[in-house]
Unconditional design. Sequence first.
Length: 413
Amino acid sequence: MRITFDEQGLHVPEHPDIALIAGDGIGPDVSSTGCAVIDAAVKQAYGGTRAIAWVPVLAGEAAFAKTGEWLPKKSLDLLRACRVGIKGPLTTPIGGGIRSLNVTIRQELDLYACVRPVKWYSGIPAPVKEPEKLDVVIFRENTEDVYAGIEWKAGSKEADKVITLLNSISTGTSHPLLSGQTGIGIKPISEEATKRIVRAAISYALQQGRRKVTIVHKGNIMKFTEGAFRDWAYEVAAEFPQVVIEGKQGAAEGSSTDRRGKPAQPLLVNDRIADAMFQQLLLRPDEYDVIVTSNLNGDYLSDACAAQVGGLGVAPGANINYERGLAVFEATHGTAPKYADLDKVNPGSFILSGVMMLEHLGWQEAAELIVHGLTRAIANKNVTYDLARQMDGATEVSCSGFGREIIRLMGSR
């Protein structure tokens, strides 16, 4: 049955249709293992009264081989109809046309919030001394900034026209700003897109009982794009009576509650310059909680944070439109074609994205079973090759073997 959405939120039936894009390269391995883990958790949590009906959706190499299109319109229609989906990694087509299938899906469905939780799971090898101190959720604006794809090749007629225009505008310099052999890219940041991603981040922080939202920007240099992002973000923060803005006097008001029914604590909102934020997350990671930022900053920060806790193999992600009830959860790593069909790679990113999906559906019990099983499997050192080679005394298991180990340990105490 199809999930529906109205002003009250998602309405999830006992057997919801969930769109599934298997992905390219290692995608089929991680997605088949991940779906098996999700199915087992749902069955165990609800005694068989609930189950996911997986709806296969063609995209990437499989779609191109069958239809001649990398992302058929029918696939986008299915994603819209199901409202919730999950995907493995997709290849980036070589040549003209679609730049990135992932970006295309986000833009076509207006999935404006890229949500990336980053936390450490005990036992996972990490390059920092205290990885447990990092526990952040990054909200990255997903539709504009440099990822809007507005750019022209150096020497093209379009680039030359833009260069002529820019050089005709007073820049305060005594010489032309640009030459003819210059590639041009446009970085749009709008009030509407900024405010909705910030509103989503603050709402999430309040619902989850988080303590702080940090606006990350490069407004000291790019004053009318990144700087505007910061200013508009603070305007949104002022809409919430529970918010305290750093450096301002006054206590938070209101009597809202978080998702667990507990009184919501005052939420601090502050901002940091993007380059300084990289230092902060290494030197003072426990001072940060929810981070909201523009597209390119979020791309860098989310992968850098993932590296601090063990890499993209354990980094989940989601692309969500909270206003329309649309969401696509995804493994955040690449297709790694040399490992395709070897049943070898770590399915953790897909599985943890499945945890996010279950939480989005309101199926918290199943989500908690998966996290418990995953944590126990890592603690027992029965892990895939990427982790086993870094852990003393570890037993290397296959991709599907890791999934079976998680299922076996779900209900253990």
